[in-house]
Design a protein around this ligand. Structure first.
Ligand code: NAD
Length: 360
């Protein structure tokens, strides 16, 4: 069966890093017979420039027809003054919601070669391997009503609504428990049930779903404590499951434990395993066009794509091994540089991963 992958380079460093990600998939096709066809499309600022909207109808058609999507990143200062519906980030929210991508898997893995890059002491983070499962379609980001209104006394007020339906909590809980079964069988659910009713229901539903997974250990933490534990003793976690808002913040915090956001992939999955794969970082306008971006997060996103959507875990492992090898060889982009090393550029890093793949 031929796998159809839609590639969306996006904005800023997006096209540079996606070129390297696509190169890796093409290498697997040529060298090891991976049956894949790549199609390209527009999302974000590049789509606004070309077609006047961040998630054009043609991209929607391509995305719906694809088995999986590889995305670079979207956004940049040149689009920040546009009215909200035209902003690049709206394109990202639109594709996530159009494809019902509700489960955001964000691994935070610290490669032993990069232990010194973390802001925490190496013994706290060496061997770190945790997975944050963030709900992506609900919560305060989508809840109605929302807006800015003027009160009777003339004062302005901004307001949003935190809302979670039982079915939404249940499906993300199942995604987390299933993921834990492929790992160390521990799930920590993060909420704010001492203050928020939405969290009270969250906890109730998570506990109910947990009964279907007696082989997985469940614990709960309030989000403030979870943030503290993440920087105090991050290795206590296996899988963390949480809502959209808390997950947004905690996953960035977990990412920094590993030293560089240039290393971390992510997946956003629907109920059938179709997914959008992207590095966790943004479009890094400050280094765009300089050939300095780290492409490894995108390359590792391609590995996740093979594992989770295309059901090709052996190809995913090949990529992950190749990335380990280039780190062993001492190759570093600027963001993961240590003293005494010479940095390599985006393309050279991609070429080194290809060479490691071919030599495997
Ligand atoms: P950012 O992640 O783009 O950059 C933060 C810092 O990390 C910058 O100094 C950047 O140079 C560095 N960095 C990021 N990726 C790197 C890589 N691969 N290699 C080396 N260094 C890297 O975050 P930001 O500056 O807050 O946002 C820039 C733009 O990206 C904004 O328009 C924002 O809305 C957008 N954004 C998009 C996404 C997405 O597409 N999923 C996510 C976050 C931010």
């Amino acid at each position: 069966m031929t796998h159809k992958v839609l590639v969306l380079p996006g904005d800023g460093i997006g096209p540079e890093i996606v070129t390297e990600g696509a190169k890796i998939l093409q290498c697997l096709q040529q060298e090891y017979g991976l049956n894949i066809v790549l199609e390209y499309g527009l999302l974000g600022g590049s789509a606004v420039n070309a077609l006047g909207e961040p998630y054009p109808a043609e991209t929607r058609r391509q995305a719906r027809a694809a088995d999986a999507i590889l995305l670079g990143a979207v956004g940049g200062p040149q689009w920040d003054t546009l009215e909200r519906p035209l902003r690049p980030e709206r394109g990202l929210l639109a594709i996530r919601s159009d494809l019902a991508l509700f489960a955001n898997l964000r691994p935070a893995i610290l490669y032993p070669q990069l232990a010194a890059a973390s802001s925490l002491k190496p013994d706290l983070v060496a061997g770190l391997d945790l997975l944050i499962v963030r709900e992506l379609n609900g919560d305060i980001y989508f809840g109605q009503p929302r807006g800015i209104r003027t009160l009777e006394n003339g004062e302005r007020e901004g307001f949003n609504t935190m809302v979670y339906r039982q079915s939404e909590i249940e499906r993300i809980a199942r995604a987390a428990f299933e993921a834990a079964r492929k790992r160390h069988r521990k799930v920590c659910s993060v909420d704010k049930a001492n203050v928020l009713e939405a969290s009270e229901l969250w906890r109730e539903v998570i506990e109910r779903v947990a009964r279907d997974y007696p082989d997985v250990a469940l614990s709960h933490l309030y989000v403030d404590n979870a943030a503290m534990q993440l920087v105090r003793a991050p290795k206590q976690f296996d899988v963390i499951v949480t809502g959209n808002l808390f997950g947004d913040i905690l996953s960035d915090c977990a990412a920094m434990l590993t030293g560089s956001i240039g290393m971390l992939p992510s997946a956003s999955l629907d109920a059938k395993g179709k997914g959008l794969y992207e590095p966790i970082h943004g479009s890094a306008p400050d280094i765009a066009g300089k050939g300095a971006a780290n492409p490894l997060a995108t390359i590792l996103s391609a590995a996740m794509l093979l594992r989770h959507s295309l059901n090709e875990p052996e190809y995913a492992e090949r990529i992950e091994r190749a990335v380990g090898q280039v780190l062993d060889q001492g190759l570093r982009t600027l963001d993961i540089m240590a003293e005494g090393m010479t940095p390599v550029g985006t393309q050279a890093m991609g070429d080194a991963v290809v060479a490691a793949l071919v030599g495997d």
